[in-house]
Design a protein around this ligand. Structure first.
Ligand code: GTP
Ligand code: MG
Length: 155
């Protein structure tokens, strides 16, 4: 196996405060789920976690945009049932890299609540959207597979 094949693809998670980015990452890493507010940009081998405030406040979008330079795939995150804090429209156009969407917290949510999040993510330019719950691990393997197999060659 070549060096290139061994290197995990790096994602960057972006989304409003408390949408579930850090918890999603804990589920993807098979870690114990525990609440930990993200206070700064955290860089892992395979992921960059960002504080929600960097999306909540438009003056801080630039920090996310710069951090995204080190990622292979942008992952926009929004939680089912949240009708308020959407991501910037067509945010994906800011990044010259694939941008996918993740709906979090689908546990106990109605189809309508999930579809509201789906529409927000589509408006932000997410190309493929995965429905997940970190609490019951739904959609987590599907997300990992999508990240592993996404075609990066068009960028
Ligand atoms: N029901 C449910 N709640 C969740 C899920 N994932 C996260 N939460 C809850 O949502 C809250 C926020 O989760 P975080 O992962 O800290 O959210 P975040 O997007 O990283 O927040 P910031 O670091 O502030 O940007 C916590 O209370 C979590 O327990 C989920 O799959 N289902
Ligand atoms: Mg966080």
């Amino acid at each position: 196996m070549s060096e290139e094949q061994k290197k995990p693809r790096k994602i960057i998670l972006m989304g409003r405060s408390r949408v579930g980015k850090t918890t999603l990452l804990q589920a993807m890493h098979n870690e114990v789920i525990e609440y930990k507010k993200t206070q700064e940009i955290i860089v892992h081998d395979d992921a960059i976690d960002t504080p929600g405030e960097y999306i909540d406040q438009s003056s801080l979008w630039r920090a996310c945009i710069i951090a995204a330079c080190d990622a292979d795939i942008v992952v926009l995150v929004h939680d089912a049932g949240n009708t308020m804090g959407r991501l910037p429209q067509m945010f994906s156009m800011t990044f010259a890299k694939p941008t996918i969407g993740v709906i979090t917290k689908i546990d106990g949510k109605t189809e309508e609540e999930i579809e509201i999040a789906e529409n927000f993510l589509k408006m932000s330019g997410a190309s493929k959207i995965v429905r997940t719950s970190a609490y019951d691990h739904e959609g987590i393997q599907e997300l990992i597979d999508l990240i592993e197999n996404l075609d990066l060659s068009d960028y």
